[in-house]
Design a protein around this ligand. Structure first.
Ligand code: PLP
Length: 425
């Protein structure tokens, strides 16, 4: 099936007991076992089935299956937030005393997690500037467990060299984890060599802005057994699960050792499960994702062209307008449009930026991206303003920078709002 069909049909055609076509909300904590033998088989993973909603739930399973198919992966796991997804994606294979290598171009919340909270947990993050992909190699040593990056990181919006870095990582038996939150449908990191994909479903997957959620998708394309010395947690008996060896336990189920461990160890122990109700809302959003992304991208491109011509704007940051190196990377990795995030620089700096935001009438001023509605934020509204000038510049955000997340409203209304806000700022 093609993407547009997968998001409507994969994982659920009708509910067997009621014939319901819409995916039901299985709002239950528990599932009745047939017998003590049945319960024992489920717990020992001899048979797969529902046990308890903290570990799995049939409504979440439909979302997981649709996203697995959309990404071309092997299996997925839904979580309570995008933050939980990034944390668990790394923690599943990177423990105290280990290190991992991350692109510097990250969402601020992920940056904090990696540089502060993980540090407190004894996990070292080594940051590498993706402008020099070859430097990922220098940062890898025998205790490195993964490389982490975002496909389309804001504010720089320079697409990550997924294939180039996946190749470097895989030559050292190190998998690549990619946060594809800003580019669902338009980019398929697994097809380019990434091994794990992470999402904040809070953004485009939902699109409606009503729920917080996250996902980890296992590409099933990394040989954890062949990299046995690096990944003892997947290749030696796990005391936390009756001595299970995950690469062995997963054999009858498919190449899913990584996500199986994440589910039955970390989701079980840390408890950051997605609620079935939120999964239901994400399923409603996902049904229209391809159509929405097409409109998001079409509108964003028109906004970029409009802003480029405005005399108050000194610079527009959008993948299709970048210098050759980044433009060709964007064409390679963003197959269905250049995304809907866009930055621009006002000639008159920070005060003009604040005025512009305050003048907006249609755009919402919020700390979010990927809503069907158009959104805007100025760094002065966030903790970014508390960074030193040098730190601010290193993030790619300059004083007059404004970030837009372009929605799917009619383009004339979007442009009219931008025009009036600019002329009054
Ligand atoms: N990854 C990216 C790229 C994000 O933009 C965000 C949130 O803004 C997250 C992860 C975290 O997601 P959540 O807010 O769902 O925890």
């Amino acid at each position: 099936m093609k993407d547009e069909t997968i998001v409507l049909h994969a994982g659920h055609r009708r509910d067997d007991s009621t014939t319901s076509v819409a995916v039901p909300i299985y709002q239950t904590t528990s599932y009745q076992f047939d017998s003590t033998e049945h319960a024992s088989k489920l717990f020992s993973l001899q048979e797969l089935g529902n046990i308890y909603t903290r570990i799995m739930n049939p409504t979440c399973s439909v979302l997981e299956e649709r996203m697995t198919k959309l990404e071309g992966g092997a299996a997925a796991m839904a979580l309570s937030s995008g933050q939980a997804a990034s944390a668990i994606a790394v923690q599943n294979i990177c423990h105290a005393g280990d290190n991992f290598v991350s692109s510097t171009d990250l969402y601020g919340g992920t940056w904090n997690l990696f540089s502060n909270t993980f540090k407190e947990m004894g996990i070292e993050c080594r940051f590498v500037d993706p402008a020099k992909p070859e430097e990922f190699e220098n940062a890898i040593d025998e205790n490195t467990r993964c490389i982490y990056a975002e496909t389309l990181p804001n504010p720089k919006l320079q697409v990550f060299p997924i294939g180039e870095v996946a190749k470097i990582g895989n030559s050292h038996n190190v998998p690549l984890i990619v946060d594809n939150t800003a580019a669902p449908y338009i980019s398929k990191p697994i097809q380019h060599g990434a091994n794990i994909v992470v999402y904040s479903t809070t953004k485009y997957i939902g699109g409606h802005g009503v729920s917080i959620g996250g996902l980890i998708i296992d590409g099933g394309n990394f040989d954890w057994a062949a990299a046995g010395d690096r990944f003892k947690m997947l290749n030696t008996p796990d005391a936390s699960y009756h001595g299970a060896i995950w690469t062995e336990a997963a054999k009858p189920l498919g190449p899913i050792a990584y996500i199986l461990r994440a589910r039955v160890i970390l989701l079980r122990d840390l408890g950051s499960a997605m609620s079935p109700f939120n999964a239901f809302t994400f399923i409603q959003g996902l049904e229209t994702l391809p159509l929405r992304m097409e409109r998001h991208c079409e509108n964003a491109k028109k906004v970029a062209e409009f802003l480029e011509k405005n005399e108050k704007v000194s610079r527009v940051i959008y993948p299709s307008l970048m210098e050759e190196e980044y433009f060709s990377r964007a064409k390679k990795y963003l197959e269905n449009g250049f995304g809907a995030l866009l930055g621009f620089e006002l000639k008159d700096g920070v005060e003009a930026g604040k005025k512009f935001i305050d003048n907006l009438k249609l755009f919402y001023h919020v700390a979010n991206i990927g809503d069907a509605r158009s959104l805007a934020i100025h760094p002065s509204s966030t903790t970014h303003s508390q960074l030193s000038e040098k730190e601010q510049l290193s993030t790619g955000v300059t004083p007059g920078y404004v970030r837009l997340s372009i929605g799917i409203e009619h383009i004339d209304d979007i442009l009219e709002d931008l025009d009036q806000a600019l002329s009054n700022s």
